[in-house]
Write a protein that binds this ligand. Structure first.
Ligand code: SF4
Ligand code: SF4
Length: 290
């Protein structure tokens, strides 16, 4: 975004009212590993890699706090992402009544909706302007430019003016920074040489492009921490393999062509997780192949 555009955005005020219609819960959220462990029987997790090119000073500061610097200066954001089937178009935690079935323990990223924790506060107006017109929000009418009866002010003059949302953003960024320290830095060091060398790897990933991998590198790093961590990761792999098999069987029964690539991806994740489990059970050193 150009500085002139940012200056215009700063002047804009946005307000928000959630009617709990569930339209934005149309896919699995980002999670922390702690959240995924807690919900290991509901969400299938993968490691998501996103390349960003932060140009605003606040964006560079946030990328340094949450991301990893790539050769050339771009940042790589590592995150745990839930995987779901496109034909379902719903988060696995969304109930038939369109309410979240795990509201009390929902991922911290859900509490910042409709804001984005990876965007600095000064640019949240642009997020809201974009999401107001986005597919998930069309028909929901939950984001309004300016103040409106029954809506709470979220953003004004480049600041988050809702104390609840400011706190939710701060919490989400804090847990992401903690995860970066717990496993993110080690996973980045582990993966970078292979990702840089691989054809179609990070070097070929465009800015704002995504790539997803099985969770094996994250689990290998966590399992190396202690014996309870190793056992926790093994129990998690058992739960994820069972969940993948249930989801894949249901997808095959639905016979939706749009779901087939996801089933193939999940089968690949299953094979990688089972291979990791063998090595973790035997106490072998774990090498990672992306
Ligand atoms: S789309 Fe808007 S109104 Fe509907 S649940 Fe999401 S935030 Fe709330
Ligand atoms: S976990 Fe709950 S709030 Fe978050 S996307 Fe899923 S249904 Fe929506």
């Amino acid at each position: 975004m150009k500085l002139a555009d940012i200056a215009v955005m700063h002047e804009r005020t946005f307000s928000f009212h959630c009617s709990t219609c569930g339209k934005c819960c149309n896919s699995s959220p980002l999670l922390t590993m702690a959240e995924l462990f807690r919900h290991q029987d509901r969400f299938i997790g993968c490691l998501s890699l996103r390349r960003v090119h932060p140009s605003h000073p606040d964006a560079r500061e946030l990328a340094a706090m949450l991301g990893h610097v790539l050769p050339g200066g771009d940042s790589l954001m590592l995150a745990i992402q839930g995987v779901d089937y496109p034909s379902l178009a719903a988060c696995p935690a969304l109930g038939d009544d369109n309410l979240c079935t795990i509201h009390a323990t929902r991922p911290t990223t859900c509490a910042v909706v409709p804001l984005d924790a990876w965007t600095p506060d000064a640019l949240q107006s642009a997020v809201l302007a974009s999401r107001r017109n986005g597919a998930a929000y069309i028909g929901a009418d939950c984001i309004s430019e300016g103040m409106r009866d029954g809506y709470q002010e979220l953003v004004r003059h480049g600041r988050i003016t809702s104390p609840a949302y400011a706190a939710a953003l701060a919490q989400r960024r804090a847990v992401e920074a903690a995860e970066k320290a717990e496993w993110g830095n080690a996973v980045f060091r582990l993966l970078l040489p292979e990702l840089l060398a691989a054809p179609g790897g990070i070097a070929a990933l465009p800015v704002e492009g995504y790539r997803t991998l099985a969770l094996a590198p994250v689990l290998a790093v966590i399992a190396a921490g202690s014996e309870p961590d190793r056992l926790r990761c093994l129990a998690f792999i058992d739960a994820q393999v069972a969940l993948i098999r249930r989801h894949a069987a249901a997808a095959i029964a639905r016979k939706q062509p749009v779901d087939r690539p996801v089933t193939a991806t999940l089968r690949g994740f299953e094979a990688v997780l089972l291979s990791l489990a063998v090595r973790l059970r035997e106490g072998q050193a774990v090498t990672i192949t992306t």
